[in-house]
Design a protein around this ligand. Structure first.
Ligand code: SF4
Ligand code: SF4
Length: 482
């Protein structure tokens, strides 16, 4: 049984890196996989379009949108999680978790993501549905494409493009709604009162949707998507994949209803599996890069098998190991879920998940950033003391205002002075309003004999006496050569 990945355009002769197959007009099918795909389309589109309208109470003065990327406020909200720009490592963790989940999914169930869940697949399904509703099934659409231009052809094509544009615009609008209060922004968009950036984002995302799902379609999966290129590395003989059981189907040939299939293969060479395929694959030629694992060819072939009174599963969604067992006449074994590869993915997912949960649970409510002023690095005062300047930023990541105490340690007798305020001393009081960044310029003055060398380690210690939070940050104190 072939488990090779055939490259598009991999015929004998000069190597082609791009080969167009012309427009693909997938035939409509009914069956288990088609139903699953419609459910996936419905659920995913509902989530995409409705999620921005979910509310989440964060208290007075805070946005109440459950999922929000607040670019002007430089903040991202996901239900109870609030991410500051300094915490983008959460995003890295999330992307890593998503990537490993994808690998895990592939090891278990092949290209489940590509066939059922990917943005490209979902919107292509919707766009093809529009074509079918307006222009009919595969044969009618092929006939329409071949027909000379007429008023009727123009009307149908215009209707298809108009509906595609509406769907693409809705996709772009849904994207924009994640960046501002959704009900308000939707009203502004529909009444022409939204900003240029909003309309620009809608045009880019909506235009991308139109081009990818309406015009490029399978070319995106075959030539543009990097995941298609390396996903086969995640399969093993126990991964469930879509394949043709050649041992049962061959030798193929046309057949009459009711005829005896003894001594020949069950494939009646009707080509309906190929006609139903959204990427134009003939799965009988083996597993291929262009096959997105949607299972529509299974539904199509099962319908044909019913017609001829033959058992389902000439094209199957099963592991290579199981198919080989069937070929040997052994019982249909179960998919082996527990194996070294899947255990490894579960272990990595557990570690990444645990680290993310721990870091969220122990998330800081206050952080600081210290910048040593460089020009000048130090000033020698008339008293003989040395003074260094710093910019000290406090990120108050709770909504309540805070009054904090800042102290320095590491240099005996060092004093703090807030620029613009009278006096200095061993500590300074800093006030930072809730959910904001307080920026302070300050001087540290130290006796000449308390510093050693040109760079002395110095710690800033910031304390919130109300909840006992302490944030310590290390820097250097510069002084002249002795
Ligand atoms: S070959 Fe079958 S599973 Fe693969 S993309 Fe085509 S219809 Fe879907
Ligand atoms: S639909 Fe089934 S019977 Fe028809 S060509 Fe494809 S594999 Fe053969």
């Amino acid at each position: 049984m072939s488990h090779m990945q055939a490259e598009p355009g991999a015929a004998s002769g000069p190597k082609h890196y791009y080969a167009t197959n012309g427009t693909i007009h997938p035939r409509s099918v009914r069956g288990t996989f088609r139903s699953l795909k419609w459910w996936a389309v419905g659920v995913l589109l509902a989530v995409w379009h409705l999620a921005p309208f979910l509310r989440w109470d964060r208290g007075a003065g805070a946005p109440d949108q459950a999922i929000l990327i607040d670019l002007p406020g430089r903040r991202a909200y996901f239900f109870f999680i609030e991410i500051w720009p300094q915490e983008v490592y959460y995003l890295t963790g999330l992307l890593l978790f998503a990537a490993i989940t994808l690998f895990f999914m592939s090891a278990l169930a092949g290209r489940l993501w590509c066939g059922f869940l990917c943005w490209q697949t979902v919107y292509t399904d919707v766009f093809v549905l529009v074509e079918r509703l307006v222009a009919g099934d595969r044969n009618a659409r092929i006939a329409l494409d071949r027909a000379p231009w007429s008023a009727s052809k123009l009307a149908r094509k215009a209707a298809i493009w108009a509906l595609w544009l509406l769907i693409a615009a809705a996709c772009g609008i849904a994207f924009a709604l994640y960046f501002d209060d959704a009900p308000t922004l939707l009203g502004q968009i529909l009444t022409g009162q939204a900003g240029t950036a909003t309309y620009g984002a809608i045009a880019v995302v909506g235009g991308g949707c139109f081009v990818m799902a309406g015009l490029a379609r399978e070319q995106v999966c075959i030539y543009m998507c990097p995941y298609a290129r390396f996903q086969s590395a995640m399969f093993d003989e126990h991964s469930a994949i879509i394949s043709y059981e050649a041992w049962r189907g061959e030798k193929r040939g046309h057949a009459k209803i009711g005829q005896d299939f003894a001594g020949r293969g069950h494939c009646v060479d009707c080509g309906i599996c190929v006609q139903s395929c959204p990427t134009g694959v003939d799965i009988r030629n083996g597993t291929q890069l262009a096959c997105i694992g949607c299972g529509l060819c299974i539904d199509a072939c099962n319908t044909v098998m019913d017609r001829y009174g033959l058992p389902h599963g000439l094209i199957t969604y099963d592991s290579v190991a199981n198919q080989q067992a069937r070929e040997r006449g052994e019982d249909h074994p179960k998919i082996r879920l527990v194996r070294a590869r899947t255990l490894m993915y579960v272990a990595i997912l557990s570690v990444v998940g645990a680290v993310m949960l721990y870091s969220l649970a122990s998330r800081k409510t206050m952080d600081v950033n210290v910048l040593h002023e460089r020009s000048p690095l130090f000033v020698e005062l008339s008293t003989g003391e040395i003074r260094n300047g710093y910019t000290y930023k406090v990120l108050n990541m709770v909504r309540e205002d805070r009054t904090l105490t800042l102290a320095v340690s590491g240099i005996d007798g060092a004093r703090l002075e807030l620029v613009g305020e009278e006096g200095d001393g061993p500590t300074a009081a800093l006030s930072v309003t809730g959910d904001s960044v307080g920026t302070f310029r300050l001087y540290v003055t130290a006796p000449r004999d308390a510093v050693k060398g040109q760079k002395t380690p110095l710690d800033f210690v910031l304390t919130d006496s109300r909840d006992g939070t302490v944030v310590r940050s290390s820097t250097l104190f510069a002084s002249p050569a002795e």
